[in-house]
Design a binder for this molecule. Structure first.
Ligand code: GLN
Ligand code: ZN
Length: 765
């Protein structure tokens, strides 16, 4: 730890799925048995080498490593510290397959729970820890990747999930005693981290980055004590790399002072998400001996950085710390690779954008401007400023009609009749049995469906032929559901590539990318649309498909829409107006669609809001304001219809505790909610909060290839009817079925229907 040069410009992480989704393809081939382990590992190796080279060649002072993952960085950490649950390690599989078993589940070992990574659309696998968890250095991934880069001639900075964040993101294992807190395991975990840091030091690593984003949320005093203790311990040994602690996705708050007075050598702070962090950092006197990475380039959004704003934020901090360097606000994992690959985008819009490659260039440029003076890079700064000015001046963004409609909205436009009235009208109209069975919307997307969609998009399949192909698929799915004995059918969503993109492609104000893929979880990628202007709905988006399905059957067919919060959460949103304003514009478009579906004879309409939890601000002080606009936008979307029209909503893949009051406030008639992996826990919480409407706890974990048997599903249902009166319970999978195959879906749904019948028969009449 002698006086090396400062850490300098860097990014906190980089996309890893491959610019052409090479990793996704390789993983899926490997899982299907079409690729061996060596070939899969080779794909990863090439992706890493490519990233390191790219980052070094772009001129970053410090290049991160260990940002690669075969599935998830939290799962990597769990494996690294030897904490994979015994149900996976006892399977007798290779280390790699044990890891994948924990990620995806196998027949007798359900996967780890998956949940959102802070307020992003990335999902991590939740470690399960108990008092008997014995941490050991169970792997060498960070070391291996460090050495791999070194062998390629590139000095890197290994990135690790920080130990305190790791424990705060963990949950108590099923067999842990009541009240057990994973944080109790801090000391044994630190011992393993110390051992790893020693190995990295011996291998030559100068710096290690420890990510502690958990501290941008509200934390208790004991969490803060744990943070202080952790970095006291990790900072202790003389033989260790220098420590960079990164706190991103917001303002570190009280964690800042703790880290400032810890022995770590550098801090990375996010100055974008909450710009008031600039003042908080400037006021922090204990940073004088530390290097500071000023996160002024937004790692979460795709707009070009305003160099004037970024430089002024960074410059404000000069003098507050030993050195100040430019960095991204967080890992670039959350943005696509390269704008240069978007030939299809409107040229003017493209000029306003920066993806990962461009953000790296921005970091380098701003770094030069900060350290060598703006006059050394005048031309580049002028070009950046011109792009910012062009976007600001763009008048295309305004749609006067939409703005007038929003101004004219009245409170009653977000109100429906009392639930009891609606429930009676709906029962009269629909005549459903107790414990009605349904699905969340999508059915497996077969190769043929994807081919037809792609051919249509490419202009190789005409509109009529495309419609015929989709109609055939819809009919097949309707007949299958009739055969399975489901009560409320769906059309199966074959026409949708993605539940947000499908709508974005039809709404004005959005642009779609060709290659803008971002990892959502494991091998799953999404291509978030870019919401750049005012939103409106030129023509109906789903009515034709739903009407067609309804005409095929006497059973009710549920119309299927995506709600405004989720549309925003899964898009890159404009940063030039409050999110709530944008949400209302989307809400009006959905409202029109709901009205058109109802007019077309669709009596049940589901408006999915799986991302309701995801956009929840990390700090509680900001929750109410969020709930206000999120709930209002949903209610504007789903009001203005008959009492007899039943509104469903759907939520998945989060811990819902904090948003239960908002879920209630949505006032949907039926809410289906992820629950299988957490064994129905959410139900008790929901109903004890006074939620008096229909609820469909997911009884089949669709993110795993396992087929649950009748006993498993009926067991879950028994728990459900114990927690919620049976006349309000619906029976459905956890989520849409589009990522699964029919070989799993058919038996699973058959078992689901059989279990519902079983439990129905058990109910007192
Ligand atoms: N209706 C969507 C589907 O079934 C919902 C997906 C989701 O919740 N993510 O695919
Ligand atoms: Zn879902």
């Amino acid at each position: 730890m002698t006086g090396q040069k400062p850490i300098g410009t860097t990014v906190l992480g980089y996309p890893r799925i491959g610019a052409d989704r090479e990793l996704k393809r390789a993983l899926e081939k490997y899982w299907a048995g079409g690729l061996d382990e060596a070939a899969l590992l080779e794909v990863g190796k090439n992706l890493r080498a490519d990233t390191w080279r790219r980052l070094r060649d772009a001129g970053l002072d410090s290049v991160p490593s260990n940002t690669f993952s075969h599935y998830d960085q939290v799962l990597d950490t769990t494996a690294l510290v030897g904490a994979l649950p015994a149900r996976f390690t006892e399977l007798g599989l290779s280390p790699l397959d044990t890891y994948f078993a924990a990620a995806r589940g196998v027949q007798d070992a359900p996967a780890l729970e998956m949940t959102k990574w802070f307020d992003t659309n990335y999902h991590y696998l939740v470690p399960e820890l108990g008092p008997d968890t014995a941490f050991t250095l169970g792997g060498t991934k960070p070391l291996d990747e460090y050495l791999e880069a070194k062998a390629a001639g590139i000095e890197t900075r290994p990135v690790l999930v920080g130990p305190v964040t790791f424990l705060l993101l963990s949950k108590a294992a099923g067999n842990a005693p009541e009240g057990f807190q994973p944080l109790e395991l801090l000391d044994p975990l630190l011992a393993v981290y110390c051992e790893l840091l020693g190995k990295l030091h011996d291998a030559g690593a100068e710096w290690v980055q420890l990510d502690e984003p958990a501290f941008v949320g509200d934390r208790t005093d004991s969490d803060l004590d744990a943070l202080a203790h952790a970095y006291e311990v990790l900072g202790g040994p003389a033989r260790r790399p220098r420590l960079l602690v990164a706190g991103y996705f917001g303002n570190l708050g009280a964690g800042l002072a703790v880290l400032a007075s810890s022995p770590v050598e550098a801090l990375a702070v996010d100055l974008v998400t909450d710009p008031s962090a600039v003042d908080a950092v400037a006021a922090q006197t204990a940073l004088q001996d530390k290097e500071l990475l000023a996160g002024v380039v937004d790692g979460r959004n795709i707009w070009r950085t305003d160099p004037t704003v970024a430089l002024s934020r960074a410059a404000t901090l000069l003098g507050s710390a030993k050195t100040v360097s430019i960095a991204t606000s967080c890992s670039l994992l959350h943005v696509p690779y390269d704008v240069e690959r978007e030939a299809g985008l409107d040229e003017r819009l493209r000029g306003w954008l920066a993806f990962a490659a461009q953000k790296v260039d921005e970091v380098v440029l701003l770094g030069k401007a900060l350290s060598q003076g703006t006059e050394t890079v005048t031309a580049e700064l002028d070009a950046a400023r011109a792009a910012i000015a062009d976007r600001a001046a763009s008048k295309d963004l305004l749609n006067a009609e939409v703005r007038a409609r929003i101004d004219a909205l009245k409170p009653e436009d977000a109100e429906r009749a009392p639930y009891a009235l609606r429930a009676a009208a709906q029962q009269a109209a629909l005549g459903l049995p107790a414990l009605p069975t349904t699905t969340i919307g999508s059915f497996p997307q077969t190769v043929d469906i994807r081919k037809a969609r792609a051919a249509h998009k490419a202009g190789k399949l005409g509109d009529d032929a495309y419609r015929a192909a989709m109609h055939a698929e819809i009919e097949r799915v309707v007949r299958l559901q009739e055969d399975l004995g489901l009560d409320v059918l769906v059309h199966g969503e074959p026409e949708r590539n993605d539940m947000v993109q499908y709508f974005a492609e039809q709404l004005a104000g959005f642009a779609a990318t060709d290659n803008g893929w971002v990892q959502s979880y494991g091998s799953r990628c999404v291509r978030p649309p870019i919401l750049f202007g005012d939103v409106s709905r030129p023509v109906p988006m789903t009515v034709g498909w739903s009407r067609y399905a309804q005409e095929l059957t006497d059973k009710p067919v549920k119309g299927m829409l995506t709600g405004p919060v989720t549309i925003l959460a899964w898009s890159f949103v404009r940063d030039d107006q409050p999110l709530g304003d944008t949400a209302l514009q989307v809400a009006l478009a959905i409202r029109d669609e709901v009205a058109d579906l109802e007019a077309a004879g669709i009596g049940i309409i589901q408006v999915d809001e799986p991302a309701l939890r995801e956009l929840l601000p990390l700090r509680e002080a900001e929750h109410q304001a969020y709930f206000d606009w999120a709930v209002r936008s949903f209610r504007v979307s789903t009001s203005g219809i008959a009492d007899a029209t039943q509104i469903h909503t759907h939520m998945c893949y989060s811990e819902f505790g904090e948003v239960l009051p908002a879920i209630d406030a949505l006032d949907a008639d039926v809410t289906s909610i992820e629950a299988a992996r957490s064994k129905m826990e959410v139900l008790t919480d929901l109903d004890s909060g006074g939620f008096g409407r229909g609820v469909g706890p997911g009884v089949y974990d669709i993110h795993s290839p396992r087929v649950p048997d009748v006993a498993e599903v009926s067991g879950l249902l028994r728990t459900a009817v114990g927690a919620v009166p049976a006349d309000r319970v619906w029976v459905n999978p956890d989520c849409g079925l589009k990522t699964r195959g029919y070989a799993e879906v058919e038996p699973a749904l058959r078992n689901l229907v059989a279990a519902a019948k079983l439990i129905r028969a058990e109910q007192p009449t």
